[in-house]
Design a protein around this ligand. Structure first.
Ligand code: ATP
Ligand code: MG
Length: 362
């Protein structure tokens, strides 16, 4: 008997360094998941847009790159960055244009401590190590607007400006998404991060819109934190936080801290979403290309699997996404972990364990 299967078309961009290792691992797990659950499959098309190809060809993404990506249901991204290409060139050639051109204005970054792993916070006797957060990062404007310039460059009179742009439309849509996320979680609690004591234009608009939208969500408990004090609260009172909304720059920094506090930067996922669904959304672990461990086969693939699970959920396969996360958690709980989490397994061993867990248990 042949059953008709729904095909999810995925654009896969492994990129650089460990981005390649973890993308291979994620695709392998996704194929096993689809085969085991049944009723859907993944059709991956790989794009070799990377720093290595940039050195050969002089470009990261062809002129019609965005149009090519628009044909897919979702995009899976590994990492971009290489020690011999300035980071602002690689970022502004690939990941930032994709986020901006495909209207992926929300970046969702969940963090929690997975079973069988320990937070560095547990070593602090004064601190609770209960940590279960979702950070909502503004992904389209703010400090990463790309606006600014340099005059008298290459002289000792050089003056550079880097303009942060905050618009009513841009800020209110991210705030609304954050309130919806907070409302969907059991604690219904939203913390807004700002720096409006020192930055008196954009950050003040950011605060104003937060309180305006808060009035529409009386069931969501809110509070406001200055970003500097927020780093302290994340370390000393992690249990007091739930959903967090912050600007592009602030959430970039805070989400690395969040990942480190939850055990390793190697476990944390991110979803770049176009909530209108007019364009494909993009899923990627938050870590970078990690040149120091690239090619060694030891990168932690958990962040890649968690990102893949978020992609599976976004394309409409919620129960398969739950199964994938359950399999990952069973594997970490059993102590099958890479070195960054205190284990002794390599990327392939963890990947095989997750595949077997999916096949055996479901
Ligand atoms: P990029 O310039 O691409 O952002 P980076 O040098 O900033 O790269 P990251 O990938 O952000 O490197 O990671 C910082 C450090 O964390 C790396 O040096 C690496 O050792 C470690 N790390 C990152 N991701 C992983 C992972 N998946 N597994 C194990 N260790 C990791
Ligand atoms: Mg980095």
């Amino acid at each position: 008997i042949r059953t008709v299967s729904k095909v999810h078309r995925i654009a896969s961009i492994p990129g650089d360094g460990i981005g390649v290792d973890i993308t291979v691992a994620a695709e392998r797990v996704l194929h096993v998941l689809a085969k085991t659950v049944g009723g859907f499959e993944f059709d991956f098309t790989t794009f070799d847009w990377s720093s290595e190809k940039y050195r050969e060809r002089g470009w990261y993404m062809p002129p019609d790159g965005i149009d090519q990506l628009k044909k897919f249901d979702a995009i899976y991204f590994g990492a971009v960055g290489s020690p011999d290409v300035p980071d602002h060139i690689s970022l502004w050639s690939l990941i930032l244009p994709i986020r901006k051109s495909l209207n992926q204005y929300v970046n969702v970054r969940p963090t929690r401590i997975l079973p069988g792993t320990t937070s560095p916070l547990s070593a602090l006797s004064t601190t609770s190590s209960h940590l279960d957060w979702v950070m909502i990062r503004e992904n389209s404007e703010g400090e990463y607007s790309g606006q600014g310039g340099t005059s008298h460059s290459d002289t000792s009179y050089a003056v550079a400006t880097e303009v942060s742009i905050f618009t009513y439309v841009g800020v209110s849509r991210i705030m609304r998404y954050a309130f919806e996320t907070a409302r969907s979680r059991p604690r219904k609690k939203l913390t807004m991060v700002t720096k409006s004591n020192a930055q008196r234009h954009g950050m003040v608009l950011w605060d104003k819109i937060f309180y305006e939208i808060a009035a529409e969500y009386p069931d969501v408990e809110t509070d406001k934190m200055l970003v500097d004090a927020m780093t302290v609260r994340m370390v000393l009172h992690p249990e007091s936080l739930d959903t967090i909304v912050a600007t592009n720059l602030h959430a970039d920094i805070l989400s690395d801290l969040a990942a480190a506090l939850s055990g390793s930067i190697g476990i944390a996922p991110s979803s770049n979403l176009d909530p209108t669904r007019e364009n494909p959304s993009m899923f990627e672990p938050i870590h970078g290309s990690a040149p120091d461990i690239a090619g060694k086969g030891i990168a932690n693939p958990v962040g890649a699997f968690w990102s893949a699970a978020e992609m599976v959920r976004w394309v409409g396969e919620g129960s398969a996404a739950d199964m994938l996360m359950q399999a990952v958690e069973n594997v970490t709980a059993a102590g099958v972990k890479t070195k960054d989490l205190g284990g002794d397994k390599n990327t392939e061993e963890v990947t095989t364990a997750v595949c077997e867990e999916i096949e055996l248990r479901f």
